[in-house]
Design a protein around this ligand. Sequence first.
Ligand SMILES: Cc1cc2nc3c(=O)[nH]c(=O)nc-3n(C[C@H](O)[C@H](O)[C@H](O)COP(=O)(O)OP(=O)(O)OC[C@H]3O[C@@H](n4cnc5c(N)ncnc54)[C@H](O)[C@@H]3O)c2cc1C
Length: 306
Amino acid sequence: MIASSGTPGLGLDEFSRVDLRSLLGAAVSFDEPLARRTSMRIGGPAAAFAVIKNVRDLAALLRWCKAERRAWTIFGLGSNLLVADAGFPGVAIRLAGDFTRVVISDTLVSAGAAVPVLALCREAAKAGLRGAEALVGIPGTVGGAVRMNAGTDLEIGALVERVEVMLPGEDARTVATPDFAYRRCSLAPDAVVCGAQLRLKRGDTKMIGAELRRRIVQRNATQPVESPNAGSIFRNPPGDHAARLIETAGCKGRRIGDAEVSVKHANFIVNRKAATCRDVLALIEDVRAAVERAHGIELQLEVHVL
Ligand SMILES: Cc1cc2nc3c(=O)[nH]c(=O)nc-3n(C[C@H](O)[C@H](O)[C@H](O)COP(=O)(O)OP(=O)(O)OC[C@H]3O[C@@H](n4cnc5c(N)ncnc54)[C@H](O)[C@@H]3O)c2cc1C
């Protein structure tokens, strides 16, 4: 028997590595550090990291994970993820290639799941299509935005007509019309978003461009974009703002290790330099307890912990 050469504890033995290599070739790497792939710059390695460029390879990889009972997850741009210091003991999947296409037909924008939201907004603006401006500055992919129903004063779900998904064990994509709610969509938890079709409206290219710039300036003024972070840590409770509750509970600037509640926006935790996931999780619990003491409200996480 060949001994495992994987990182202790990550649990991908040599047989599995050989299997994955023969399935995906150079598209798979092992013990891949995830910190540099998240906006928070935190997290240990993934046992395997696969860059998947087409539906056929995605189907094959999901089938392999199912058969081998391996955990897997889709990694968009990692802008809403907090990865454990010990890393992820499964296959982290990044979509690329065919999943990066944008096709515009009249007012319908079809975007692959790996298209950055910023690129989607720019393509729509170039084509004289308005409606997506509120999404500009969300630093994730279309797939991540659909999964999270990301948005500001408008959420992506309000624009989505159809979503193409792939489920483990299936060979082809299916079309879904999910329901969306605040930071949620009704897709099955193991559905991989392959792409989405968004219905926009005709508009004036110059005005759309000006609105995109205005929103980016406003974002930069109110969010700690200069330090690594993962966006809003907590969901807004009904009728209130997590940032207001955190600030009035006296948590702004609170620190554990190098993790700090942003002084610019209280619902952001920034990584001042070498924060660990453990630091961030401890600070999250500290803030949650302070808010509960001050306001009697238990904040729920928006950020996904991997
Ligand atoms: C500075 C900053 C500002 C932000 N501002 C906003 C904001 O204004 N509004 C807002 O809503 N969010 C905001 N966010 C959070 C984040 O950008 C969004 O949630 C974004 O949609 C996440 O996309 P992603 O590609 O980075 O997903 P990831 O962070 O990589 O993943 C998030 C979740 O989605 C899943 N996922 C990703 N891609 C797919 C796919 N193709 N199929 C199925 N599941 C998938 C992942 O498995 C994970 O569970 C902000 C974050 C930062 C850092």
